[in-house]
Design a protein around this ligand. Structure first.
Ligand code: PAF
Length: 278
């Protein structure tokens, strides 16, 4: 496994590897969810590339950039076990040299849900992902479905900018009690960890009601909201039942809907999502 720190080294590696490249961009502190992305990339491509970069531009001034969990040694040994071919671990100067002055703004799908709470977040995500795609030139790139809005934003960017990469969505990996795997779960104390399962309970409630034929998005939103509010440690940022492509809120569900939510458990902000229908 090659560990590379510079853009030029990755470009050189890519020129020497003409077969398909499956790419998993990450911010490190890897967990089973990342492993799932990597295994899928391994199964579908000749080469697998992973990046580890805690991207400063997607964090707001009062967010957890400095405190974001990091453990590069553990990450590298896990990546080696998974037989990853190349790991790109740039520093911030490498990705954002002083002369860098271009940003990717994706438009209306970034202006909903997360944006009200994390303004500018998706400008940072889209910019870094576009840069990484330009450096790695992947055949396919793998993203978790948990970050549903991120997936929509990246698909839109790839489509609008005619990028030559296939975006692959991989189902969310969950703990035994349903909590979605996330690097931020490490912030939860034992009591909060128990409370955090409320997000999955809420999604499951929506799925059950959907299964029984409920098609009113408003009713589903109310049900989910009251279930989460019954958990004393939980504070809702948003609960959304939206069109999976445009992210516009729905009143009535036709064929499918994206249920997504951001909930703070104590000081930890967790997101989760699930698709209803096809
Ligand atoms: O999902 C993440 O970990 C990040 O948003 C990503 C896609 C690696 C961009 O920094």
């Amino acid at each position: 496994m090659k560990v590379l720190y510079e853009t030029a080294e990755v470009k050189r590696w890519r020129r020497k590897h003409s077969g398909s490249v499956g790419f998993v961009p990450t911010m490190g502190y890897l967990h089973e969810g990342h492993v799932e992305l990597i295994r899928r990339a391994r199964a579908e491509n000749k080469n697998v590339a992973v990046s580890i970069f805690v991207n400063p531009t997607q964090f707001g001034p009062r967010e957890d950039f400095a405190a974001y969990p990091r453990d590069p040694e553990r990450d590298l040994s896990l990546l080696k076990q998974e037989k990853v071919d190349v790991v790109f671990m740039p520093d911030a100067e490498e990705i954002y040299p002083p002369q860098s002055n271009t940003w990717v703004e994706v438009g209306s799908v970034t202006e909903r849900l997360e944006d009200a709470f994390r303004p500018g977040h998706f400008r940072g995500v889209a910019t870094v992902v576009a840069k990484l795609f330009g450096i790695v030139e992947p055949t396919r790139a793998y993203f978790g479905q948990k970050d549903a809005q991120q997936l929509v934003v990246i698909r839109k960017m790839v489509d609008d900018l005619n990028m030559n990469v296939e975006v692959v969505a991989v189902p969310t990996v969950r703990e035994l009690d349903g909590l979605a795997m996330s690097s931020r779960n490490v912030y939860l104390d034992p009591e909060e960890r128990e409370s955090a399962v409320v997000l999955y309970k809420a999604l499951s409630r929506a799925q059950k009601l959907w299964g029984k034929g409920e098609r009113s998005a408003e009713l589903l939103r109310k049900e989910i909201t009251s279930l989460i509010e019954s958990e004393p440690k939980a504070t809702i940022d948003y609960v959304s039942i939206a069109d999976p492509e445009t992210l516009e809120e729905l009143e009535q569900i036709e064929d499918h809907a994206l249920v997504s939510m951001a909930v703070r458990i104590g000081k930890t902000r967790l997101i989760d999502s699930m698709t209803l229908g096809k």
